[in-house]
Write a protein that binds this ligand. Structure first.
Ligand code: F6P
Length: 323
């Protein structure tokens, strides 16, 4: 029998473009004649039965707003089978027959478990400023976060250049360096330090000395938060290079907000439409992704068990540009 109602939720860290994705899910579903239930606060709201009926008007005027109007929380209790079972019962009781989950790697795991335990139809719409999900070139929000970081770092570079200072700039990315690496290439950073390929503090000192010999008077070091703390690295460098002025900035949560860029909005909308198309066709559990400019769908089991590789080419570019 054809599906009548789908649910949509956002979970994990918020990312610009989540609202645009919800809008696309809702309106595509309505196009199919489906009812749509919004689940507030992610899997936690599913557990607590925080359901709202969504209409086309519920998602008016949100394509340009970052964050998620459905709200999001991190909900570690979802790792417990009993909690998931209660969530599944809630879905059934509410008459929800398919679920669009919008979020990052933790969300992928949660969505997969819901399928794996109960066979529930789920599709993941990848949204995370980290861009760390296997199977897609880009996640929703990444482009916006990179642009936000670029504009902040461009401002910092003005001071770096004027004072001949070295700056350590910590960007987000707890486990993965994709954001840091992209930002490093885009900002013309001299050095990038990411969790996947850590370089020792001594090596950083060596590189800075080398660059100084080539006439560089200021340097930008991009540090992914998962690879160390900006204050620690700065203190070390200042001890080793006392004649230099070394400062640091932690970009933090400014990277998670801000008006979604054109690329983020278009990606979010395309992903939202494609996710509902898949659910309606009875195809699950998949993650929607993009390869080149083509939409793809990847089995969720693969997404959660494989690692997105770091771009060696980008790493090489950073070092080749730092002459
Ligand atoms: O996954 C997105 C992200 O912003 C990471 O880059 C960061 O490490 C983490 O979330 C911070 O999590 P929280 O919002 O729970 O502090």
């Amino acid at each position: 029998m054809a599906m009548k109602k789908i649910g949509v939720l956002t979970t994990g860290g918020d990312a610009p473009g989540m609202n645009a994705a919800i809008r696309a899910v809702v309106r595509t579903s309505l196009n199919y004649g489906l009812e749509v239930t919004g689940i507030e606060r992610g899997f936690r709201g599913l557990y607590e039965r925080s359901f709202i009926k969504l209409t086309s008007r519920s998602v008016s005027g949100i394509i340009n707003r970052a964050g998620t109007f459905l709200k999001t929380v991190r909900f570690p209790d979802f790792k417990e089978y009993e909690v998931r079972k209660a969530c599944y019962e809630n879905l059934k009781e509410e008459g929800i027959e398919g679920l669009a989950v919008i979020g990052g790697d933790g969300s992928a795991n949660g969505a997969y478990r819901l399928y794996n335990d109960f066979g529930f139809p789920v599709v993941l719409i990848p949204a995370s400023i980290d861009n760390d999900l296997y199977g897609t070139d880009f996640t929703i929000g990444f482009d916006t976060a990179v642009n936000t970081a670029i504009s902040a770092i461009d401002n910092i570079r003005d001071t770096a250049t004027s004072h001949n200072r070295t700056f350590v700039i910590e960007v987000m990315g707890r486990e993965k360096g994709n954001l840091a690496l992209e930002v490093a290439v885009a900002c013309g950073a001299e050095i990038v330090i990411i969790p996947e390929i850590k370089i020792s503090n001594e090596k950083v000192v060596h590189l800075l000395k080398e660059q100084e010999e080539k006439g560089k008077e200021s340097s930008i070091i991009i540090l992914a938060e998962g690879a160390g703390k900006a204050d620690d690295l700065t203190a070390f460098l200042q001890r080793e290079l006392p004649e230099r002025e070394i400062r640091y900035s932690v970009l933090g949560y400014i990277q998670r907000g801000g008006t979604p860029t054109y690329l983020t909005r278009v990606l979010a909308t395309r992903f939202g439409v494609a996710a509902v198309d898949l659910l309606v066709k009875g195809q699950y559990p998949y993650m929607i992704g993009i390869k080149g400019n083509e939409l793809v769908h990847i089995p969720l089991g693969e997404v959660i068990s494989k690692q997105k590789p770091i771009s060696d080419a980008y790493l090489e570019i950073v070092s080749r540009m730092a002459i």
